[in-house]
Design a protein around this ligand. Sequence first.
Ligand SMILES: [Zn+2]
Length: 155
Amino acid sequence: MPRRFVARRSPIHGNGVFATAPIKKGEEIIEYKGTLMTHAEADAMYGDGGETGHTFLFTLNDQYIVDANRKGNTARWINHSCDPNCRALIEESADGDPRKDRVVIEAIRNIRPGEELTYDYGITLDVPHTPRLKKLWKCLCGSPRCTGTLLKPKR
Ligand SMILES: [Zn+2]
């Protein structure tokens, strides 16, 4: 089966991933791959993450993070949107081994060729979401529903 997407420059941010063929709602598009690391290892390597503004880290579960800086695939270029056409799903392993959980990107509506693939990163930092950090994590998705930042309100 030919690939149904391609990575190229995006008007949202840096590189993006664009559909090259129709993708149906509910279809799995790609697995978010990378090197598995613990939260402690990620903190040691990248700090608390608040200062980078963009990240190739995906929280898999309470124990592990997928680090797409290392052995990542095209999925790491998929941008955030406040009105996304995909979502990131955690598929828990059948045998309960947290190392075998997977992140898959799935279409949440029908997607036309040429559309940029996006999902809601749903980021909350351990540190307070100050105006400065919100600006650092500024969202440029252009959707009418854009909240202006990738950071989610904390409860
Ligand atoms: Zn936005």
